[in-house]
Design a protein around this ligand. Structure first.
Ligand SMILES: C[S@@+](CC[C@H](N)C(=O)[O-])C[C@H]1O[C@@H](n2cnc3c(N)ncnc32)[C@H](O)[C@@H]1O
Length: 204
């Protein structure tokens, strides 16, 4: 995606994030030796949490070179991989047990989102999990204002980046091949204003 990685490089040099323990409730599904990838990891707090809890086979992935430099400096034990998930997931078919994607799957139009979910399905092992959080269409504080361009329903370009906001309906197609363990709309308290997201855990 043209220059969007560079946009994120700048953001990552300014902001940090805080792990709000959202993943804790799912880790009993994983085995210590499971292959786990974190997509759009940013500062990789989920990977750090898992490493600190005895999981060893983790790759933190992002398309921002800068953020992966920070991750490697902060924790030289974390494996990282640089790629744009909208192009492909550079992993073999049925090779990954768990994919985690926190607030990173909502930057794409409907067809690219569908493509990424298909890629996730391809690389997951049978019984493998995708556990993620994405923007909700009810997220009134974070939906771009009138200056933003609505390129397709609930998909905006605000002059810097694209953002998608999901309605429950959107997941019907995206989850078609998966078994749904949970899908919950929630408030999270991690930015200045409350943010509404969808949290889900689905299984191949
Ligand atoms: C809101 S941040 C979330 C970061 C981290 N998961 C967290 O919750 O702190 C979104 C992340 O997705 C990454 N990202 C956005 N588009 C991407 C793409 N096409 N391929 C890979 N990573 C991408 C950004 O660099 C950024 O790290």
């Amino acid at each position: 995606m043209d220059e969007l990685d560079k946009y994120w490089d700048k953001i990552h040099l300014k902001y940090n994030s805080i792990y709000d323990e959202w993943l804790n409730r799912y880790v009993h599904f994983f085995k210590k030796e499971d292959s786990i990838i974190e997509l759009g990891c940013g500062r990789a707090y989920c990977s750090n949490y898992l490493l600190n809890n005895g999981f060893t086979n983790i790759i933190a992935c992002d398309f921002s070179e800068e953020v992966l430099k920070i991750v490697n400096t902060e924790n030289p034990n974390i494996k990282t991989k640089l790629f744009d998930m909208s192009i492909e997931l550079p992993f073999q078919d049925s090779s990954i047990n768990v994919i985690i994607a926190d607030l990173s799957l909502h930057y794409f139009n409907s067809s690219t989102t569908k493509y990424i979910f298909d890629e996730i399905y391809r690389v997951l092992k049978v019984n493998g999990y995708l556990i993620a959080r994405v923007n909700s269409a009810n997220d009134k504080f974070y939906i771009p204002n009138n200056n933003a361009q609505e390129i397709e329903k609930n998909f905006f370009y605000d002059g810097n980046i694209y953002k998608k906001f999901f309605e429950k309906e959107d997941f019907k197609t995206l989850f078609k091949n998966f078994e749904v363990y949970n899908l919950e709309e929630k408030y999270i308290d991690r930015y200045e204003k409350p943010k509404i997201i969808w949290e889900f855990c689905i299984k191949k």
